[in-house]
Design a protein. Structure first.
Length: 762
């Protein structure tokens, strides 16, 4: 009997051993971020046996035969074949550098393939961010065709996406799909409030996106997607020094323990320069994120970010100082400070394979204080005196977004619907200052007076509902229709008398707008397709457009209609080409109109037209070599535009370059593993400096060079911005006060070293 029991025990052990040899478990994650990858396909070559990863990147693969080799495939990543020597494995997938097969989020607030979205959308990957080592966001965003983020110094900026270079509220900036500033209180420097050291990806929608995201998404929407917690313990520290007194340090740490994933990261940067340059700044940026997985179908994502920023503020230069590269500042006290805290929490639940719901609550607290150079005006009759102001703009926000998506068998359709509520009490105050000026024209100091120019608060309430419906009437054709309704309520409470600089009476205003969209994509197979899109956008009057002055003007939201088409095709397995053609017509644009009594008032009096072609190509001719080229050729024209009594109808809009281009060659030689070198070209065509079309700026060309080397977690790099030290201006404006040049960055060198640590990968 004992012999029988022994034989049975041995048999059970053999069966268990055989079973163990035929079952593989593992984790799949992104090579750079160590984030888990959901939906990755793992299969045994030349068989029908396979598995997919869950939301935590885990998989289990079982076969009747011993598993010796597996193949891993996922959209947007390089396919990998791996020899198996044990029963468990960690797999790090590398993102593909030249593929149309990419997952995006911003097109409908849910994951989908890029080629299924009938819009012009481009993304900047984590790998690109890591290799660029950008000290400013424009060095990343300007790699996108049709985008030019203007560098105004020390991370200050303005934007151009299917619009001239300018400061208007025609662009929406999002963090994980939530606007970083409240509607109606736009600031062209809003991206100071982004911690770009902790981003996983940036997605840029070009053209109106108001049918999904609401107001201000006219020229485009930029969605900054934060880094999620890594699957395995991972961290990084790095330090960097550069020309002109620049210093910076970055860090992050991340891991997942059972159901909780955590990420914390940020950077501190500062600059110290001579007083005559008046160009010091500092910025501290911190992000914290926690992902808690209740079950395979339910997850809670909570994030918080904090920004503490202050910079000296320098204005533009006249032509003599600009072309002599004499960049001394004529203001020695102007500044801008930003303090921001944002928090949000999103509960995501998958009811089944066809039904998903998310509910997000968010809070914002933002304060911008400044002594702005552009408010300085000369005092008539006294060349040693001037006037200006100190102001402070702040708001808090309390909001929520609920969204549900439902798939149907009928024509393989899907319905996405959502509601949005955002209540944001805002305050604004400005005080008069008396300024002293020396004989060299330098504004040296100021005296703060008791005179209050502006002091008010405005309660902003934005409520919205949106629907998007997708159908596939035939196999390779997808149709999308969408509509959104927004209502914005402004309750203005002025704290000053009617005789004040801002003496407008207390008032309640509201604006409402429907924004529809229709689009289609057609897939010709073999990664070739086309899209068509009709979309609309709108921009309501901002607080300052309504309430600065002695009366509240009667205004409507500026609206825009966009027609566009485009296509894409893969160049074998080595690259792709895509292109978009668009026309966008703007009406009810808000302009300052000169009245019969000589005063000015904001009115809906402008019509504009914007036409352009955008194209990009990315190609890997041989292993280790990547060539990227892209740009836009556009015309921005006043159709009906009278401002302050001057008729600009028929003129080309000011600060509207004919072309903007950016190209790059990246080389990673096989014989020096871990080494990279890149050379980048940025070009801009000529444009008129003023709306009268009296004078042109010739544009510029500049080059950037980057190289780095990584070995066993250590990384060193060296970057040179404006390699040839070209004399160029990011923007040039001509007015009755003269011509103002905002110079590009002089030739700048940056050197850095970093160390990344993580659990061993296979």
């Amino acid at each position: 009997m004992k012999t029988i029991y022994s034989l049975m025990a041995c048999l059970v052990m053999l069966i268990n051993l055989a079973s163990a040899q035929n079952t593989i478990t593992g984790k799949v994650f992104d090579k750079e971020t160590k984030e888990p990858l959901f939906g990755v396909t793992i299969f045994i070559p030349n068989t029908q046996t396979g598995a997919t990863t869950d939301s935590k990147g885990n998989f289990t693969l079982t076969s009747e035969n011993k598993i010796e080799t597996i193949k891993i495939s996922f959209i947007g990543y390089k396919t990998q074949t791996l020899a198996i020597s044990g029963n468990s494995v960690n797999i790090a997938l590398e993102a593909s550098t030249a593929s149309l097969k990419e997952i995006i989020i911003s097109a409908n607030r849910e994951q989908q393939q890029r080629t299924e979205a009938p819009i012009a959308i481009h993304s900047i990957s984590k790998l690109t961010m890591l290799e660029t080592k950008a000290t400013r966001l424009d060095l990343l965003l300007n790699k996108t065709p049709g985008v030019f983020m203007v560098d105004l110094g020390n991370e200050q900026h303005s934007m151009s996406i299917r619009q001239p270079l300018g400061y208007r509220s025609l662009f929406l900036y999002l963090e994980d799909g939530i606007p970083i500033r409240t509607t109606g209180d736009f600031n062209h420097n809003a991206l100071i409030e982004i911690n770009y050291a902790t981003l996983n990806k940036i997605e840029i929608i070009k053209g109106p996106a108001s049918s999904l995201y609401g107001s201000e998404a006219v020229g485009g929407a930029v969605n900054f997607i934060t880094q999620s917690p890594s699957l395995i313990p991972t961290g990084k520290v790095q330090a960097e020094v550069g020309s002109f007194g620049y210093k910076r340090s970055d860090f992050f740490a991340s891991t997942t323990v059972k159901k909780l994933g955590l990420f914390i990261g940020g950077y501190y940067a500062n600059r110290d320069q001579a007083d005559s340059l008046h160009n010091d700044f500092h910025k501290l940026a911190l992000n914290i994120r926690g992902d808690y997985t209740f079950s395979e179908k339910t997850k809670l994502i909570t994030t918080a970010s904090f920004i503490d920023y202050k910079t000296d503020q320098i204005g533009g230069l006249d032509s003599a100082h600009f072309y002599d590269k004499d960049y001394k500042s004529f203001q020695r006290f102007t500044y801008r400070s930003v303090n921001t805290f944002r928090a949000k929490s999103s509960l995501q639940h998958q009811w089944n394979e066809k039904s998903n719901t998310s509910f997000t609550i968010f809070y914002r607290n933002s304060v911008i204080g400044q002594n702005p150079f552009y408010k300085i005006k000369s005092v008539s009759g006294n060349p040693l005196k001037a006037r200006g102001e100190i102001n402070k703009d702040g708001f808090q926000s309390y909001g929520a977004i609920a969204q549900h998506s439902q798939k149907f068998k009928f024509l393989n359709s899907k319905l996405i619907g959502g509601v949005n509520v955002d209540f944001s009490p805002a305050t604004y105050q400005s005080k008069f200052i008396s300024i002293d000026k020396n004989g060299e024209g330098v504004y040296t100091s100021y005296t703060l007076s008791d005179s209050v120019l502006t002091e008010y608060n405005v309660d902003l309430l934005n409520t919205a509902e949106y629907l998007q419906f997708e159908i596939n009437p035939i196999k390779r054709l997808k149709l999308i229709t969408a509509i959104r309704y927004d209502r914005l309520d402004y309750k203005f409470d002025n704290h000053l008398a009617s005789s004040a600089f801002t003496g407008a009476p207390d008032e309640t205003n509201y604006f409402e707008h429907f924004t529809p969209k229709v689009g289609l994509t057609f897939d010709f197979k073999k990664d070739r397709g086309v899209y068509l899109n009709y979309s609309t956008g709108f921009a309501p009057p901002n607080i300052t457009e309504l309430y600065t002055g002695v009366k509240v003007p009667s205004l409507k939201p500026a609206s825009y209609i966009n027609y566009e088409g485009g296509g894409w095709f893969a160049i074998g397995e080595k690259g792709y080409f895509d292109m978009s053609i668009y026309q966008m017509d703007g009406t009810n644009e808000i302009v300052s109109v000169k009245l019969s009594d000589g005063s000015t008032e904001n009115q809906n009096a402008g019509k504009t037209q914007h036409r352009g072609i955008e194209a990009s190509i990315k190609y890997n001719p041989v292993e280790g070599l990547t060539i990227r080229a892209g740009g836009t050729y556009a015309e921005h024209k006043y159709i009906n535009y009278i401002e302050k009594g001057i008729d600009y109808s028929g003129n080309i809009m000011s600060q509207a370059p004919q072309y903007i281009a950016n190209s790059e060659i990246i080389y990673k030689p096989k014989f020096i593993k871990g080494f990279r070198f890149a050379i980048e070209w940025q070009g801009m065509g000529n444009y008129y400096m003023d709306a009268k079309n009296t004078q042109k700026y010739d544009g510029f060309h500049s080059f950037n060079a980057r190289m780095g080397y990584t070995i066993k977690g250590f990384e060193i790099w060296a970057n040179c911005i404006n390699l040839t030290n070209a004399t160029c201006a990011a923007t040039v404006e001509k007015s009755s006060f003269g011509t103002s040049y905002r110079p590009c960055q002089l030739r700048t060198f940056n050197l850095g070293i970093g160390y990344t640590f993580s659990k061993k990968e296979k």
